[in-house]
Ligand binder design. Structure first.
Ligand SMILES: Nc1ncnc2c1ncn2[C@@H]1O[C@H](COP(=O)(O)OP(=O)(O)OP(=O)(O)O)[C@@H](O)[C@H]1O
Ligand SMILES: [Mg+2]
Length: 259
């Protein structure tokens, strides 16, 4: 990548591993600037070791199902796969998750809710995502920054404050971005109908969930090189194949770059 800035991530870094094979040259985090990519500018940091895949989309779209299927396939193929999720995949995150999702919490100011989600992200990236990428693993997360932009930004209709929210969320995550984000696109009615119970966020209005869906699609449209939008009404197997078709080349590329 021409003009790239290399930012040391600290600590030992190992390359992508598969079936016990270890490539010799460790790589670190690379800053992809808007000048590097044409026609879709994609600022932010992408890990130069490991592969970072994220599932996003509305409630009941199949994120957890597809995350699991992808991790199972990666493991079958011999990759070091790390399944994870937001909010709540750290000890502190579990506390934050309880607060933001428990209907008993009741009303929270929109910015309070956003900051609780962002705190979970900071902890998640520091304790789970970056250490795994540093050792060359394939990290598969069920939700990430886009969910906060969609739910706490567009859903809560923060208006002009969305730019500030994005800034804080990027700061919290060190601007680390997935190599691929899969958006499982689902109409709010269809997704919510698949779910049995409703948490505090799922219980929001149809208009709220429509804004969330539109935001996910807008984020994907702005950076097609790093997004895959899949119609969530397909079968589990069809969706898993579409996801694998985009993930497999990333694995090959990561192994080649690690050489
Ligand atoms: N492609 C599919 N077709 C039909 N049903 C599906 C499909 N994928 C998942 N499901 C079912 O829909 C429900 C929701 O799926 P899942 O929990 O994976 O979605 P999710 O996006 O993780 O939901 P949430 O937003 O609540 O975390 C589950 O009962 C799951 O078995
Ligand atoms: Mg889920």
């Amino acid at each position: 990548m021409s003009g790239a800035v290399v930012t040391p991530s600290g600590g030992a870094v190992k390359p992508l591993t598969r079936g016990g094979e270890v490539s010799p040259r460790p790589r670190r985090f690379t800053c992809v600037t808007s000048a590097d990519r044409d026609p879709a500018p994609a600022p932010g940091l992408r890990a130069a070791t490991g592969v970072f895949v994220c599932f996003e989309g509305g409630d009941g779209g199949g994120k957890s199902t597809q995350s699991r299927l992808l991790v199972e396939r990666l493991e079958r193929e011999g990759y070091d796969a790390v399944p994870t999720f937001e909010p709540g995949d750290t000890p502190v995150g579990r506390e934050l998750r309880r607060i933001v999702l428990d209907p008993a919490t009741g009303h929270l100011a929109a910015r309070t809710e956003a900051l609780l989600y962002v705190a979970d992200k900071a902890e998640h990236v520091a304790e789970v995502v970056r250490p795994a990428l540093d050792r060359g693993a394939v990290v598969v997360t069920d939700r990430y920054v886009d969910s906060t932009l969609a739910y706490q930004g567009a859903g809560r209709a923060l208006g002009d404050a969305v730019a500030g929210l994005e800034h804080v969320a990027r700061w919290a995550t060190g601007d680390l971005r997935p190599h691929l984000t899969v958006v499982l696109d689902v109409r709010p009615g269809a997704g919510l109908a698949r779910l049995t119970g409703r948490d505090r966020i799922e219980a929001e209005s149809v208009e709220f969930h429509e804004r969330v869906r539109a935001e996910f699609l807008a984020l994907a449209a702005a950076d097609p090189a790093h997004y895959l939008v899949v119609d969530a009404t397909g079968t589990r197997e069809e969706i898993a194949e579409a996801v694998w078709a985009r993930v497999a080349p990333l694995l090959v590329q990561a192994r080649q770059e690690a050489r």
